[in-house]
Design a protein around this ligand. Structure first.
Ligand code: CA
Length: 229
């Protein structure tokens, strides 16, 4: 499995570099952004698996970045941990209302940060840290490469399995064909974009073999998403 990607948004350069180093040691793939605008651009370029977001940022504030992330259908479920130097309870609540998944008050230890990152990922993106992931009635077992829906085993090809494994890590999120190509086939392989449609079609057929409903949503001119019931 590819490394979990974390975007750190922090304008204090020394702290940003320290967090990057510490999370890198834990085998996370870390990217740094120094302000809110930079963060939005980087998220658009390549959506990370989790964002560590400083509250006080130049240009666009952390809260505003959080709102923008939540406002876009492609990133509305993106896990966010907010960092703040303030400790007032009111701010804490405001941060959570804005849609942050967790909250850390500076200063914090590296162990604390790593524990929070793992806890948030386990809660929101179990697909990244668990061997088995379940969304609605669909379960993917990464170890045995088995897929079940309800109590029934579903058979599919290796490409369909990888597609499903990717989609199930981000329930509800819409992926463009290009994003699915990069995630499933890799960006160094030349595959026609239409190939994605073919394999999505096969995956749909496999998942709906027992007429349990089509869990894959086609978003016109945008791409595909796996919906959780
Ligand atoms: Ca700051």
């Amino acid at each position: 499995m590819a490394a979990t990607r974390i975007l750190i948004v922090e304008d204090e350069e020394a702290l940003g570099t320290l967090l990057e180093y510490n999370l890198g040691k834990e085998k996370f793939a870390v990217t740094l952004a120094h302000d809110g605008e930079d963060a939005m651009l980087k998220i658009e370029e390549q959506t990370p698996d989790l964002v560590i977001l400083d509250w006080m940022l130049p240009k666009v504030s952390g809260i505003e970045v959080c709102r923008r992330i939540r406002a876009k259908p492609e990133t509305k479920n993106l896990p966010i941990i907010m960092l703040t130097a303030r400790s007032e309870e009111a701010d804490r609540i405001r941060g959570l209302e804005t849609g942050a998944d967790d909250y850390l008050t500076k200063p914090f230890s590296n162990n604390e940060l790593v524990a929070r990152v793992r806890a948030v990922l386990r809660r929101i993106r179990p697909g990244l840290v668990e061997d088995k992931v379940m969304v609605g009635d669909i379960e993917v077992d990464r170890v045995s490469h088995r897929v079940t829906r309800g109590a029934k085993e579903i058979h599919m090809g290796p490409t369909e399995f990888r597609l499903l494994d990717h989609l199930i890590q981000h329930p509800g999120r819409v992926f463009s064909r290009e994003q699915l190509l990069n995630a499933v086939w890799g960006s160094d392989v030349f595959v026609e974009v239409r190939t994605v449609d073919v394999h999505i079609g096969r995956l749909r057929k496999a998942l709906n073999k027992f007429k349990q409903g089509d869990p894959i949503r086609t978003v016109r001119s945008a791409g595909y998403a796996l919906d959780a019931e």
